[in-house]
Design a protein around this ligand. Structure first.
Ligand code: ADE
Ligand code: ZN
Length: 348
C-alpha cells in the first residue's frame, strides 16, 4: 500500500511481533478460496468471477457486510474446507509477524446449513494445532453466538458444543457475541453468558461498534465480559471511558473494519489515538481481513499513517494485546520478552 510513513517506522511495524485478538475465521475467506471451495463442493455463487465478488465488497453498514459474509460462508461444508480456510489465514498472519491469534468462529452460520458442529471444530483445530507444532503459532478458539438469533439458539449451540469440550480443551477457551448489534442488546444473552461463566469460559462480546456506549456498559455488567470487541463508541460516555481506563478493560479495535463499515468516514477521524491518550487498553486487529482490505500489518500501517502515531504508541498497542490475551503467566512473559528483544534490536 502507498504510505507516507517513514520507511523506518513502516519496517518497524512490519517486523514487530503481534498478537491478534479480534479475528473472525469466516471473515478470512478470500474470494479465490471461496471460488475454489464452491467448485469443490458444487455450491453455486451469485458472482461470475473473483473480480465480480471483490467488486461487491462495498458496504454502507455492518448489515450490508453481514449479508455477504453469511452468503460467502455457504461454501464451507467439510472438515477440509475449515482446515484450508484456517491454514490460509495462519499463513497470512505469520507473514505479518502475528505469533498468536485468538479466533472467533460462528457455528450457527454452519449448523443451520446442516454442517455438524464437530466438523467446524475439527477443521479449525487441526490447522491451529499444526501451526502450533510446526511454527510455535499460539491460538485460542472463541465460539461466538449470533446475536440476531434468539438466546434459545445460543443455548442449543452451547449444548451441542459441550460434548466436544474435553477434546478441544487446549484451544476452546472463550465465548463471544457477534453479528448485528443494533436492536440486539447484550441483555438478550444474559442467561446464556451466565451459564458460560459458570462453565469457566473466558467471555468477550462485540459492543459499541454500531451500537451505543450503553451496550458496552451492559456487556460488562450483564454479560460479565473481560474484553470489549470494538468499543469505539465508548467515547460518547465519559464516565464509561474512565471506567475502561481504571480497570484496564481491553478494547479490540479494528481500524480497516471501522472504515469499510462506515463506523468512521475517514481514517484520520478514527478515535484510536484519543482512546490511547485517555489511557484505555486499546489493541489493533483485522476483524474480517478478506472483506476489509487487509490483515494485521495493513491495519497497523493505516492507523499509524492516518493518525501519525509514534513508535512508542505502536509498541503500546502491541503490549496491550499481550496483556489482554488469554495466555498463562509463563506464556505472557515469553511474549513480552520477545517484544522487548525486538524493540531493543531495532533501537540498537
Ligand atoms: N461478524 C463478523 N464480523 C463482525 C463485526 N465486525 N461485527 C459484528 N459481527 C461480525
Ligand atoms: Zn468482529
Amino acid at each position: 500500500m502507498s504510505t507516507t510513513l517513514s520507511p523506518s517506522l513502516q519496517r518497524f511495524i512490519e517486523g514487530m511481533p503481534k498478537i491478534e485478538l479480534h479475528l473472525h475465521i469466516e471473515g478470512t475467506l478470500e474470494p479465490e478460496l471461496m471460488f475454489a471451495l464452491a467448485q469443490r463442493n458444487q455450491v453455486a455463487l451469485p458472482y461470475a468471477s473473483v473480480e465480480a465478488l471483490r467488486a461487491a465488497y462495498a458496504f454502507d453498514s455492518l448489515q450490508s457486510f453481514l449479508d455477504l459474509y453469511y452468503a460467502g460462508a455457504a461454501v464451507l461444508l467439510t472438515e477440509q474446507d475449515f482446515y484450508d480456510m484456517t491454514a490460509a489465514y495462519i499463513a497470512r498472519a505469520r507473514a505479518d509477524k502475528v505469533c498468536r491469534s485468538e479466533i472467533f468462529f460462528d457455528p450457527q452460520t454452519h449448523t443451520e446449513r446442516g454442517v455438524p458442529i464437530a466438523t467446524v471444530f475439527a477443521g479449525i483445530a487441526r490447522a491451529l494445532r499444526e501451526a502450533r507444532e510446526q511454527h510455535g503459532f499460539g491460538s485460542a478458539m472463541i465460539m461466538s453466538f449470533l446475536r440476531h438469533l434468539p438466546e434459545e439458539d445460543a443455548f442449543a449451540t452451547l449444548e451441542a458444543a459441550l460434548p466436544l469440550r474435553e477434546q478441544y480443551r487446549d484451544l476452546w477457551t472463550g465465548i463471544g457475541l457477534d453479528s448485528a448489534e443494533r436492536g440486539n442488546p447484550p441483555e438478550k444473552f444474559a442467561r446464556v453468558f451466565a451459564r458460560c461463566k459458570e462453565l469457566d469460559f473466558r467471555l468477550v462480546a462485540h459492543a459499541g461498534e454500531e451500537g451505543p456506549a450503553q451496550y458496552v456498559r451492559d456487556a460488562l455488567d450483564l454479560l460479565q465480559v473481560e474484553r470489549i470487541d470494538h468499543g469505539v463508541r465508548s467515547e460518547e460516555d465519559p464516565a464509561l471511558m474512565a471506567r475502561l481506563a481504571q480497570h484496564a478493560i481491553p478494547l479490540t479495535v479494528c481500524p480497516l473494519s471501522n472504515l469499510k463499515l462506515c463506523v468512521v468516514a475517514d481514517m484520520r477521524q478514527h478515535n484510536l489515538a484519543r482512546l490511547l491518550e485517555a489511557g484505555l487498553a486499546v489493541t489493533v486487529n483485522s476483524d474480517d481481513p478478506a472483506y476489509f482490505g487487509g490483515y494485521m500489518n495493513a491495519n497497523f500501517l493505516a492507523v499509524a499513517e492516518a493518525l501519525t502515531l509514534k513508535r512508542e504508541q505502536i509498541v503500546t498497542l502491541a503490549r496491550n494485546a499481550i496483556a489482554a490475551s488469554f495466555v498463562d503467566a509463563e506464556e505472557r512473559g515469553k511474549l513480552s520478552a520477545e517484544l522487548d528483544a525486538y524493540c531493543l534490536a531495532q533501537t540498537a
